[in-house]
Unconditional design. Sequence first.
Length: 211
Amino acid sequence: MRLVLVGPPGAGKGTQAEIIAERLGVPKISTGDIFRANVSGGTPLGLKAKEYMDAGNLVPDEVTNDMVADRLAEDDAKGGFLLDGYPRNTEQAKVLDRVLEAAGATLDLALELVASDDEVVRRLSGRRVSKSTGKVYHLEFDPPADPDSEDLYQRSDDQPETIKNRLKVYAEQTAPLVGYYEGQGKLVRIDAIGEVAEVTERALNAIGAAE
Ligand code: ADP
Ligand code: ADP
């Protein structure tokens, strides 16, 4: 299955993508994770992306689109994939359609995770990530064994001012994607409020992958 996840920052895309991709047996491709790995590795791509990410703005399309096209050309993505965090504007969605078409493939579905601003702010503010494993926790909703562990960090863009800008960028640039996929008859929408397992069940039902 070829699937993209759409939803505001903090809606739980990364959390669900991990579980759903494993269930579907397809690679999870998260543009945010790829950018962050490049930033911490100090690569040229990371250097280009960092200032945008720190401000909570989108990295320019030409950088992002090439990076995703390269990743989709890898063997493990040929039979299907779950994209988390891409596309993030209508132009990226059109490029994705063209990249797939050139490879003789099409996108199956876009899954939208719906959550209110209040809820995503709560989720982003409490998000903590393990340096050693990359696992994502929440101080309240999925607490790590030791919340004071040196191994945990808070993403630099999960600060109140940056969160505010990311929500604005989502509303202005990313939300229109929903209409784009609706127009293609590919949109499925689920409520992202509730326990992680409940949301997963809704997602699997919505994409027709429930057991
Ligand atoms: P979130 O958890 O808010 O959904 P991500 O980890 O997906 O965040 O993205 C973090 C940052 O990486 C974004 O704010 C943006 O700067 C950059 N980024 C990720 N994906 C894209 C994309 N498809 N286009 C442009 N920038 C992106
Ligand atoms: P996104 O990739 O959309 O930015 P994440 O998957 O990183 O979102 O989730 C954001 C934060 O919310 C994380 O701290 C995560 O542990 C937490 N979270 C994810 N799903 C839920 C849920 N269903 N209920 C409560 N907290 C959640």
